[in-house]
Write a protein that binds this ligand. Structure first.
Ligand code: NAP
Length: 280
């Protein structure tokens, strides 16, 4: 009897030391009986092409991409899945059996899956507010536009970037407001999502007045370092429901795992405990 070949996958980025993806994928490889290893590989921008060639030569199933390569990788790929094309960014690459590469983006799927699993009763009868207009905001907007919301409001410090998202993917259902107007929108939004880097360790907090938001409002911060950001702290103090960004990390990883190994893995209690231990 021949044994199944050793499977390899990785996350590439610069820097990469703090990535939690190996904890997640190596857990699932063990749980689902896949003999293999998921590594983290530090890849400087100028060595991106060489890194792809190296992983292909070593028989990798695929790899994840994080900052700063999510857009830069596109010219090196043979095909893009529709969501990656719409987003103009790739977070997962699969080496196909014929040796070609396909780029996917699972961030929007992860963002929505986390919200649905954490708080399935999040309000869908009022507009949602997306703060930020980087790659993660595009993922959030694409995911939320598939929900039956009245409309989506987007705001960003650099307004033109929010306008570009509304123009590219908004299908007439996205409204752009100035950054200073976010406090007003927060009074009536059913869901408020932070996709900026504000609140991350080392960055200033995101200031948002939630004092008169409706009690059923959900505040979702996709920043997960720290797990409970100052924004979530403030939302909880105002009696609002909150969702942390850790689940998004897990569910975008689950969708990538499915791409490579055709198994949709579970966010089980052991994985939850392991990840939460990292933040204790
Ligand atoms: P990005 O493309 O660099 O976008 C950064 C965003 O933050 C931009 O909208 C930027 O506004 C805004 N920003 C930065 N500094 C600001 C400030 N001082 N005041 C107001 N706005 C500011 O980053 P990204 O890839 O979208 O990622 C954003 C965050 O999401 C990161 O913290 C990342 O770790 C997190 N993330 C989490 C997950 C997850 O799985 N949980 C997945 C992806 C990303 P300007 O356009 O005005 O510069």
């Amino acid at each position: 009897m021949t044994s199944a070949p050793f499977k390899r996958a990785a996350v590439i980025g610069w820097p990469i030391a703090h990535s939690l993806s190996p904890v997640i994928h190596n857990h699932w490889m063990r749980v689902y009986g896949i003999e293999g290893e998921y590594e983290k590989i530090a890849v400087e921008p100028e060595t991106l092409a060489a890194a792809i060639g190296n992983m292909k030569a070593r028989g990798f199933s695929g790899f994840n991409i994080t900052v700063p390569h999510k857009e830069a990788i596109i010219p090196y790929l043979d095909k893009l899945a529709p969501l990656a094309r719409l987003m103009g960014a790739v977070n997962t690459v699969k080496f196909e059996e014929d040796g070609t590469t396909t780029g996917f983006n699972t961030d929007g799927i992860g963002l929505l899956a986390n919200l649905e699993k954490s708080l399935p009763s999040w309000p869908k009868d009022r507009p949602a507010l997306v703060m930020g207009a980087g790659g993660a905001a595009r993922a959030a907007a694409l995911g939320l536009l598939n929900e039956n919301l009245p409309f989506l409001v987007i705001t960003n410090r650099t307004r033109e970037k929010a306008e570009a998202i509304a123009r590219d993917i908004g299908r007439g259902r996205m409204v752009v407001v100035d950054w200073a107007e976010r406090h007003d929108v927060a009074k009536t939004a059913g869901l408020i999502v932070n996709t900026t880097t504000l609140g991350m360790h080392g960055n200033p907090p995101l200031e948002l007045d939630l004092s008169i938001s409706a009690r059923d409002t959900v505040v979702y911060d996709i920043v997960y370092q720290p797990l409970v950001t100052p924004l979530l702290d403030h939302a909880q103090a105002c009696g609002l429901r909150t969702v942390t960004g850790l689940g998004m990390l897990v569910y975008q990883a689950a969708a990538a795992f499915k791409v490579w190994f055709d198994i949709m893995p579970e966010y089980d209690d052991e994985l939850r405990d392991r990840l939460e231990a990292v933040f204790k």
